[in-house]
Ligand binder design. Structure first.
Ligand code: EPZ
Length: 440
């Protein structure tokens, strides 16, 4: 609920000091789910999606789809049936969809199926400018008129005809969006310099399960032969690589021992490699990884890169861990231009970090002290929770709605691992929590 435009219950209270120990089960990948939900409307038959993460962004996407006539049946928290046969218009309302960037996936889906789409331009994000020029380039290449006008992205085509597209930058969103539109174009489309993230592969596999003909997803050249229709399917979304990585790094930050279940270890290789460099122990099993922290975290250098490099969505979590290492580390953010906003917050908790351009120079300290901080964005917010769990004393983390965009039951999962964390509202709650959790 909200009072004015300030959400109540929009903060966590955390008492630090408990190493996180035990098991956590990872949910479906948010960034695969958002594209797959949009793509599901491309069929006139019923599509069943399983292992759907129940997070704010996916729920907003479903609301927007039902607004244009897509029939949504929420079978359970993690399973939904979608039928796009009766889409009545292709113009998505701003109010609904301005909250999530991934609204742009509705363009690729609607353009591919109806040859037209009108979707509000996603708002700027806290991590950078988020251009869409490569999306427009791809749509135009297959024959669409695609422009930004009146705050809307509008695209329409008499025919969509396959083309050879070279992405100027490696972009997950544009790769997926163009792949969606092209899978119902006439003829062959080649996307070169394509993104290779696991969720790009998941979307391609999903579209192929509906009868699309996409080859090469996961490599930098994706080949698509357009089809006239897409049929219904039942599909289960891959586990969330970034939720898994977040809990893996939580073991490092709190010197804990966490068994992360329902993962694909191959998707976590760059994350595991860095944790091992930092002195943690990482054991891999079929669908599980176990991470044990260490009393002596080692410094290391990290540069975020497109997959299979170290993910930009793991950069804040790694920075929070390196701030506790015994030495100096360099973290370079090569994907987004404004992804160090968490640094000011952890400095207030005692970290010693200087940001120069797109590099953070991190000098390890003995520990964090509890403080009141604010989540600048989704992944930075999760990283601040990790810092608070390691801090001496009580921390308050405001604006946790950012975290709830991409993490399901975040505080519940942390409590099950022994973390002392509660969602709360006003200042009275803070006093009660501090008293209740004060060490006897
Ligand atoms: C997706 O964003 C994810 N979001 C992001 O996760 C993730 O950080 C990002 O991919 C990179 O992995 C969703 O999937 C909903 P990009 P996206 O297009 O698609 C530039 C999270 O925390 N670019 O791969 O918007 C862009 O500026 C979120 O879950 C262009 O120049 O990212 C950036 O520098 C945060 N022109 C780089 O490419 C374009 O047309 C990568 O962006 C598009 C992108």
């Amino acid at each position: 609920m909200s009072v004015g435009n300030k959400l109540e219950m929009d903060r966590y209270m955390v008492r630090g000091g408990n190493p996180l120990k035990g098991e956590v089960v990872i949910g479906g990948a948010k960034n695969a789910a958002l594209a797959i939900l949009a793509a599901a409307l491309m069929s006139d038959e019923t599509v069943t999606i399983e292992n759907l993460p129940d997070v704010r962004d996916t729920n907003v996407m479903l609301d927007a789809m039902s607004e244009i006539g897509v029939v949504i049946e929420r079978v359970s928290r993690h399973k939904v049936k979608i039928n796009g046969a009766n889409v009545r218009n292709v113009n998505i309302e701003y109010e609904l969809i301005k909250k999530i960037r991934a609204s742009y996936y509705l363009i690729g889906a609607l353009l591919g199926k109806y040859k037209e789409a009108e979707v509000p331009l996603p708002g700027g994000c806290n991590i950078g400018s988020r251009p869409i020029d490569q999306h427009l380039k791809g749509f135009r290449a297959i024959g669409a008129e695609a422009n930004v006008e009146r705050g809307q992205i509008s695209a329409h085509a008499d025919r969509l005809v396959g083309a050879h597209i070279y992405m100027d930058v490696v972009t997950v969103g544009a790769t997926i969006n163009v792949m969606m539109a092209a899978c119902m174009a006439e003829g062959k489309t080649t996307i070169e310099n394509a993104a290779k993230e696991p969720h790009v592969v998941d979307v391609a596999n999903f579209l192929n399960s509906m009868g699309a003909d996409i080859k090469g997803a996961g490599t930098d050249i994706i080949r698509i032969h357009g089809v006239e229709k897409l049929h219904g399917t039942t599909y289960s979304i891959i586990p969330d690589q970034i939720e898994a990585g977040t809990f893996m790094f939580a073991a490092a930050v709190t010197n804990g021992d966490i068994t992360v279940k329902n993962v694909i270890p191959k998707h976590l290789e760059s994350i595991s490699a860095k944790l091992i460099e930092m002195g943690c122990t990482v054991e891999e099993f079929d669908d599980t990884v176990r991470v044990k922290g260490t009393d002596h975290l080692k410094p290391t250098n990290i540069k975020t890169l497109p997959y299979p490099g170290f993910p930009t969505d793991m950069q804040p979590q790694a920075g929070v861990a390196l701030a506790l290492s015994e030495g100096t580390s360099l973290v370079t953010e090569s994907i987004f231009e404004n992804r160090f906003k968490y640094v000011d917050e952890i400095v207030r908790m005692g970290a010693d970090v200087k940001v120069e351009g797109n590099t953070a120079i991190i000098t390890g300290v003995k520990g964090y002290t509890g403080a009141r901080v604010s989540s600048p964005d989704l992944r930075a917010g999760a990283a601040l929770v990790m810092a608070a769990l390691a801090a001496d004393g009580v921390s308050i983390i405001d604006d946790i709605h950012f975290i709830e965009r991409g993490y399901e039951d975040f505080e519940v999962k942390i409590r099950k691992l022994g973390g002392i964390i509660e969602k709360c509202g006003g200042d009275i709650d803070v006093q009660k929590f501090t008293l209740k959790t004060s060490v006897v």
